[in-house]
Ligand binder design. Structure first.
Ligand SMILES: C[S@@+](CC[C@H](N)C(=O)[O-])C[C@H]1O[C@@H](n2cnc3c(N)ncnc32)[C@H](O)[C@@H]1O
Length: 221
């Protein structure tokens, strides 16, 4: 399966699936500016395994993959029921019958799954012990030939890290996020449980045009 880069028109069409004005503006800006969706699409290229999107929010990754022509089943999981309702609404409005969403807490309730697992921007909401067990549970759901794809801020002494901490607190203040960040992992904290689960790990900065200290970490089975 070869992925194409979606046009701005295609990205705006995803935003128009949103029922709420706030979600529309968020989606439009996010899909146009965040390099993570293109990076995940690239990492999934050539595989038809299904995708589990942990902490899926309103399900933008699944729509982006479809817009790239990467048509695989996507299951989204998030503990924010409001976002899951929006995700279901958007999938139904787009007519995507192979996208499904359920509400639950990743700390206690990871769904059964086998395929690729994607974790974008949620590790900071967990304690470091919870991060380790979430990563182990996610790695256990990666099928042969599958990947665990993570985008996370990494804790280090850079100015980017300080800017990211501030941005996450603002997201809580504006009520976009239900919770404030709890603990930011460093690179070793992510690498160790993945390697222990038998994945080979690569890591690279994913800054794009942002000031945030984000990295893309891929564990391959
Ligand atoms: C920064 S948002 C990222 C949304 C999505 N991954 C994206 O890139 O568009 C983080 C998401 O993680 C979810 N989340 C945080 N803690 C969670 C938990 N314990 N279980 C499930 N989802 C959680 C939040 O509700 C939020 O939607």
């Amino acid at each position: 399966m070869t992925a194409r880069t979606p046009s701005l028109k295609a990205l705006d069409a995803i935003a128009r699936l949103c029922a709420r004005r706030w979600d529309y503006h968020y989606t439009r800006a996010k899909l146009r500016s965040d390099p993570v969706y293109g990076a995940v699409t690239e990492a999934l290229q050539g595989s038809s395994l299904p995708v589990l999107d942990m902490g899926c929010g309103i399900g933008l990754l699944g729509h982006y993959l479809k817009a790239c022509g990467h048509s695989v089943p996507v299951t989204g999981f998030d503990y924010d029921e409001r976002k899951i309702r929006s995700a279901r609404h958007m999938a139904a409005a787009a007519g995507h019958t192979d996208m499904s969403f359920s509400a639950g807490d990743a700390r206690t309730n990871m769904p059964d799954f086998s395929g690729h697992v994607v974790i974008l921007d949620i590790l900071q909401f967990f304690t470091s012990e919870q991060q380790t067990s979430l990563l182990a549970a996610a790695a256990a759901r990666v099928a042969l030939g599958g990947r665990l794809i993570i985008r996370s801020t990494l804790r280090d002494d850079s100015w980017r890290f300080q800017v990211t901490v501030l941005g996450d607190h603002l997201a809580k203040l504006t009520r976009w996020m239900k919770a404030s960040p709890t603990s930011y992992p460093d690179a070793e904290q992510i690498r160790r449980p993945l390697e222990q689960a038998g994945l080979s790990v690569s890591l690279r900065p994913l800054w794009g045009g942002t000031p945030f200290n984000n990295y893309l970490i891929i564990g391959q089975r």
